[in-house]
Design a protein around this ligand. Structure first.
Ligand SMILES: NC(=O)c1ccc[n+]([C@@H]2O[C@H](COP(=O)([O-])OP(=O)(O)OC[C@H]3O[C@@H](n4cnc5c(N)ncnc54)[C@H](O)[C@@H]3O)[C@@H](O)[C@H]2O)c1
Length: 328
């Protein structure tokens, strides 16, 4: 599989060129986003999902994603109708130039699905799993034929919009497969981050877990409400984090002395805060408090409108960020 790409921003850019189609196996929340993204970049997509009504749901999710993708720039020939739905995972993988597996996050289900995909996909085709939790080396044990082309390509919801994708090779993944996968995702306008060692949750979910852990603890200790925690992030550092990561932001807060100055004068108190962080357990009581807190926060909020506005602002932010070459 080879992937070529011309400039991501603007309309009418060249299609991702590959011999064959992209296979989308598992067409739920995440697979639906991948399918829309692949189609918007001028690929043919062959999808499989055994659930009742899966094809209609997939076509509907592509239809809903299309305006935002069109705004970000469709490739020449991009067409939501270049989507074919098949009755089996093997048929979707047969002749594919790239396989993106997004089936259920259960080890047994992944085992059956990956074995079938590994048997059916051309041997040189990368087989990427969207798995949030399973390590690629575990996934490779499920693929007896060509484990060297298996790796994790972990996206973020909504996966047709969020640029980040974590590329995680397993112990047996060939370097050329990693390079090809990074090229492929880059050609789709994604921003791949290569994870250099396998750890549960890869990188970004661990970072999110660190924040959730303290958020849950603050709720449990009665320090802040769920709504206040969300406001504290979305109206505070979250605004900066969408533009520059937490470490460059820390560097900037040191003024002319940069990161060294920040760590010199804020490092010791930060160490005390880190030492005081909570280690909550998701007990039934805490779970109930978190669910109730979110319900209270969203009382009176039109959630459909909220999600539509989130997606529209996301597209605008992504467009603007693409124009500013000064951001790392
Ligand atoms: N939801 C997220 O935020 C998120 C983010 C990143 C990665 N992921 C990962 O993406 C994968 C899919 O998650 P999701 O949230 O889309 O789940 P989901 O439940 O929305 O979708 C899973 C789909 O797989 C289908 N399926 C079941 N058996 C199958 C089979 N044998 N072959 C093909 N499809 C089959 C189901 O019918 C369902 O539509 C998981 O591995 C998950 O860890 C999820």
């Amino acid at each position: 599989m080879s992937a070529g790409h011309a400039a991501g921003a603007g309309t009418g850019h060249a299609a991702v060129v590959g011999a064959g189609h992209a296979a989308v196996v598992g067409a739920g929340v995440i697979g639906g986003g991948w399918a829309a993204l692949f189609l918007a970049h001028g690929l043919d997509v062959v999808a499989h999902d055994p659930a009742d009504g899966a094809e209609e749901r997939l076509r509907e999710s592509v239809r809903r994603a299309w305006p935002a993708l069109a705004r970000l720039g469709l490739a020449e020939g991009a067409d939501p109708h270049r989507l074919r739905f098949t009755d089996s995972a093997a048929e979707a993988a047969d002749g594919a130039c790239f396989v993106q597996e997004s089936g259920p996050e259960q080890e047994d289900a992944k085992r059956r699905l990956l074995a079938e995909l590994d048997e059916a996909a051309p041997p040189s085709t990368p087989l990427a799993s969207s798995s949030s939790g399973l390590t690629p080396t575990t996934l490779q044990t499920m693929c007896a034929r060509r484990p060297e082309r298996v790796l994790v390509g972990h996206p973020f919801h909504p996966s047709h919009l969020i640029p980040l994708v974590e590329v995680v090779p397993g112990t047996r993944t060939e370097r050329s497969v990693v390079e090809e996968t990074v090229r492929f995702y880059t050609a789709l306008g994604k921003r791949p981050v290569l994870v250099r060692r396998e750890v549960p949750g890869h990188v970004t979910n661990r970072l999110q877990a660190a924040l959730w852990r303290e958020a849950y603890s603050l709720v449990e200790r009665g320090v802040a409400t769920v709504a206040d925690i969300d406001t504290a992030v979305s109206e505070g550092p979250g605004l900066r984090w969408a533009l520059l990561g937490p470490l460059v932001n820390q560097h900037l807060s040191g003024g002319a002395g940069g990161m060294a100055r920040t760590l010199d004068h804020l490092g010791p108190p930060a160490q005390r805060w880190m030492d005081d962080l909570g280690t909550p357990r998701l007990t039934p009581a805490l779970t109930e408090a978190l669910v109730r807190g979110v319900d209270e926060e969203l009382a009176g909020v039109d959630q459909e409108r909220m999600v539509a506005d989130r997606d529209e602002l996301l597209v605008r932010l992504i467009e603007e960020k693409r124009r500013r070459r000064s951001l790392p």
